[in-house]
Design a protein around this ligand. Structure first.
Ligand code: GLP
Length: 243
C-alpha cells in the first residue's frame, strides 16, 4: 500500500486525478471504477479541466460506479447516477452506453446479478474509492463478508447520518435506508485501487485501513491484501497514524 499525505484537499485531488488520467492516457479503452460522495468531487473537477485543456478522450472508456441508493431513480437529484452526470459525465465525451451505475429500483436482485456479470467481463483497470467514517467502502458496511459481490444492503445509522449532513440538508428521514453496492470481492478484482480520504472525520477509518488488523468489522482493511493500492489523505485524516 502506497500512502500519500497531502497538505490540502485540492493537492490530494490533483494527485488522484493524475493517477486516473495516467490510466486513461495509457489505455484509451480503460475500464474505470468510479465513486460518489464529497471526496471525489475535486478529482472529477480536475478530470473535467484536463478534458477541456488537453482533450483526453473518453470515447472508448467504460465506467462502473460502486453503488446507488435503493429506490431512487437516476433523475433524482440525490441519486448517484445524477451525481455522476452533474460532476463528470456531462462534461466528457464518454459514450452513455459505456456508463454503468447500479440500478437502485426495479428488479434489484436481477440488477445485482447483471452488474456482477458485467464486472466479471470488464475488469476495471482502476477503482476509485472514498471511505466511510466507520471504514465502509462502496456501501459495504461493517460486518460485510469479504467474499460479497453486488448486493442490496441496509445502511448503518452512522452512514445515514454522515450522508444526511453532506447531501440531504441534514434531513435523516430523506436518506434511503438501503442501497445496492458492488461487493468487496468486486472491489478487490480491480487491477489498481485508489482510495482517498480527507478531514478529521476519517481518522479512525484511515488508522484501521493502514495499521489495523484485517477484519470484516472494518471493510476497508481488506485492501491490505491487494497488491496495488494507493491511499491519498490529508494530515487530518492521517492524524492517528503511527501513534
Ligand atoms: C458513501 C458512499 C461511499 C463513500 C462514503 C464517503 O457512503 N457510498 O462510496 O466513500 O459515502 O463519503 P464522503 O466522500 O462524502 O465522505
Amino acid at each position: 500500500m502506497k500512502l500519500i499525505i497531502c497538505d490540502s484537499y485540492e493537492e490530494g485531488c490533483l494527485e488522484g486525478a493524475k493517477i486516473i488520467l495516467d490510466v486513461v492516457k495509457s489505455n484509451p479503452k480503460a475500464v474505470l471504477g468510479l465513486a460518489t460522495g464529497s471526496t471525489p468531487i475535486g478529482v472529477y473537477k480536475e478530470m473535467v479541466k484536463d478534458f477541456k485543456d488537453n482533450h483526453t478522450s473518453y470515447k472508448d472508456v467504460i465506467s462502473y460506479n460502486l453503488d446507488e441508493y435503493f429506490g431512487l431513480e437516476g433523475t433524482h437529484p440525490q441519486s448517484y447516477r445524477y451525481f455522476m452526470e452533474q460532476h463528470l459525465f456531462q462534461y466528457l465525451d464518454i459514450d452513455p452506453a459505456n456508463v454503468h451505475v447500479p440500478l437502485g429500483h426495479g428488479d434489484i436482485e436481477k440488477n445485482a446479478d447483471d452488474y456482477n456479470a458485467m464486472l466479471d467481463k470488464d475488469v476495471r483497470d482502476i477503482q476509485l474509492l472514498g471511505i466511510g467514517s466507520n471504514g465502509h467502502i462502496g456501501f459495504n458496511e461493517p460486518g460485510e463478508s469479504f467474499d460479497s459481490i453486488t448486493h442490496v444492503v441496509d445502511l448503518k445509522e452512522s452512514t445515514i447520518q454522515d450522508n444526511a449532513k453532506l447531501f440531504f440538508d441534514g434531513d435523516i428521514d430523506a436518506v434511503p435506508k438501503k442501497a445496492i453496492t458492488m461487493g468487496i470481492k468486486n472491489i478487490m478484482d480491480a487491477k489498481k485501487i485508489l482510495l482517498m480520504a480527507f478531514g478529521i472525520n476519517k481518522r479512525y477509518a484511515i488508522k484501521e485501513l493502514v495499521e489495523g488488523t484485517m477484519r470484516e468489522e472494518v471493510p476497508a482493511t481488506i485492501l491490505q491484501k491487494h497488491d496495488d493500492v494507493i491511499v491519498i489523505v490529508d494530515k487530518e485524516a492521517a492524524i492517528d497514524l503511527l501513534k
